[in-house]
Design a protein around this ligand. Structure first.
Ligand SMILES: Nc1ncnc2c1ncn2[C@@H]1O[C@H](COP(=O)(O)OP(=O)(O)OP(=O)(O)O)[C@@H](O)[C@H]1O
Ligand SMILES: [Mg+2]
Length: 498
């Protein structure tokens, strides 16, 4: 045994580099895996069995020394202690040089810890102070290294899966709820959701039978996959719920279906509308002639009624034609407040007929948009007509214009009958009407025009309280002075054009 009081370190120790790399992740796991294994074998890491086990990392740094305290004390006198890096001595290679001068009777065995065949994590070294046979000692050392390798492989696999899981989750737009068989809940939400929606997701994940279903949670629609999980061993592994918000997707699909329907209608209408109009004009002409000759006949009013009905068919056909072969859009710069006020003026007699007051308000003196004045007037007229028809006497219709960043906004609010949720979902469908004399094309045409103008139209309603229809258009820069002053260039909305 060499001098136990080694004050100066042998040349193979690098005390300067103590703790270098000590806390890196492979080292931490290596150390922990070794401790775990020794604990499993002997109940604690420093049992006084006749051995000491040392963890040394891939760069010869001593990470941990466990086991017999007397052996550890001797190792310490040879500067073999935690945090020391073993340098290669000129006479021997690797870590063996560090153990070469241990007292007589001490035996040392090393076994590498290698992951995935080629990644050297470190070395497990076992030191005994008795006559244990070399074969047994080597086997013991290798078995510890193998156990550590298994533990690390499992840990790596787990981390790998967790990483994969996280990466997948962050790229999916699913809300994921996992309830373990022990009742532990883990949830992932790609976007924040309200607490009560989260709670409903938990309840469905826990209780709703397996299946793929659509659910309304809060005010959103989700498509849900609900599954009971089973571990490969056959044991229950809890429940999984996947929830994807499909509210917007459904809206887009519905719109596309409606657009499809409109374009089918349009081509149908284009074919027949023209054919209807010609005989209609002839029939009306002859009837009018006939009516003039029968002024004294008491049945004269029936002829008038028939003419009125023919007029109604005529209007319907005209609306059809608007959808089918819309007039080419003629864009120009329009001062919106001017256009709106002109139209309100034009609609005033109808409002008075209904006993309804109409009021105009604006937050800006001028708002310029690019559009076809006739088409925009048609939109506003449809909306105002609906509002007036929805109101009873003493009702009120407020028209307001404003500008929000790059959009001009026109809103028409009435104090009319309002709409149910179901009605509200259908108002833009062609031919949806609740009126005896309505065609149900008004709002469908409005939406088509707004879409062509790069704008949008929305309707909000409360049954029994009233309805607000809002449409938006992109604003444009004001015209040079000369243009603004000239109302003709603003698409002078004479009533006859409406
Ligand atoms: N302001 C409103 N208040 C209450 N209901 C409305 C309002 N606007 C529209 N609606 C409802 O939406 C339906 C569809 O409106 P739309 O303008 O498309 O057709 P219409 O008014 O029935 O017929 P048309 O406009 O061809 O004369 C109406 O029948 C009505 O039930
Ligand atoms: Mg209408």
């Amino acid at each position: 045994m060499s001098d136990p009081v080694v004050l100066s370190l042998p040349p193979y120790y690098d005390a300067q580099e103590q703790n270098h790399d000590f806390g890196n992740i492979p080292n931490m796991y290596f150390k922990e895996a070794l401790r775990k294994h020794i604990r499993a074998l002997y109940g604690n890491e420093n049992s006084d069995g006749p051995w000491s086990v040392i963890a040394i990392d891939a760069h010869n740094l001593i990470l941990d020394i466990l086991g017999n305290s007397e052996i550890r004390a001797v190792l310490k006198t040879h500067a073999i202690k935690t945090g020391v890096r073993i340098l290669e001595a000129p006479t021997s290679s690797g870590i063996e040089s560090a153990f070469a001068e241990l007292p007589r009777g001490f035996r040392v065995s090393h076994a590498p810890v290698v992951l995935a065949r080629e990644n050297l994590i470190g070395v497990v070294t076992v030191v005994v102070a008795d006559e244990t046979s070399t074969w047994i000692l080597d086997t013991f050392t290798k078995s510890i290294a193998a156990a550590v390798e298994r533990e690390l492989e499992a840990e790596w696999q787990l981390r790998d899966n967790a990483m994969l899981y996280q990466t997948l989750l962050s790229h999916l737009d699913y809300h994921v709820v996992r309830i373990g068989s022990d009742g532990r809940v883990r949830a992932y939400h790609p976007i924040p959701i309200q607490d009560d929606v989260h709670n409903q997701m938990l309840i469905h994940t826990e209780r709703t039978p397996d299946g793929d279903i659509d659910l309304t949670l809060g005010d959103r629609l989700y498509t849900c996959v609900l599954r009971t999980l089973t571990h490969p061993t056959g044991l229950p592994a809890g429940r999984l719920g996947l929830f994807r918000d499909i509210t917007d997707q459904r809206k887009i699909e519905r719109r596309m279906r409606e657009t499809d329907r409109i374009s089918i209608l349009a081509s149908l209408a284009a074919g027949i509308a023209h054919e209807i109009r010609n005989p209609l004009t002839t029939a009306k002409g002859f009837l009018q002639l006939f009516a003039e000759r029968q002024l004294s006949n008491p049945d004269h009013r029936y002829i008038d009624l028939t003419i009125q009905e023919l007029d109604r068919i005529g209007r319907l056909v005209k609306d059809f034609m608007t959808l089918a072969r819309p007039e080419p859009t003629r864009y120009q710069r329009i001062e919106l407040n001017h256009l709106v006020q002109e139209l309100i003026h034009f609609m005033m007699p109808e409002a008075m007929l209904h006993g309804v007051t109409m009021e105009f308000g604006t937050e800006r003196s001028t708002i310029y948009v690019k559009g076809d004045p006739n088409q925009l007037k048609q939109v506003l007229m449809n909306i105002l007509q609906n509002a007036l028809q929805a109101c009873s006497a003493h009702g009120k219709v407020d028209i307001c214009t404003t500008q929000k960043s790059s959009s001009a906004v026109v809103s028409v609010r009435d104090t009319g009958v309002g709409l149910t949720k179901d009605q509200l979902g259908r108002v833009f469908q062609p031919f949806y009407t609740t009126k005896d004399s309505g065609t149900g094309l008004g709002l469908a045409i409005c939406r088509q025009i707004m879409q062509e103008h790069g704008g949008s139209i929305e309707i909000y309603s409360q049954l029994g309280e009233g309805t607000t229809v809002t449409f938006q258009l992109p604003v444009v820069a004001p015209a040079p002075d000369s243009e603004i002053q000239n109302p003709r260039l603003l698409g002078n909305p004479g009533p006859s054009q409406v």
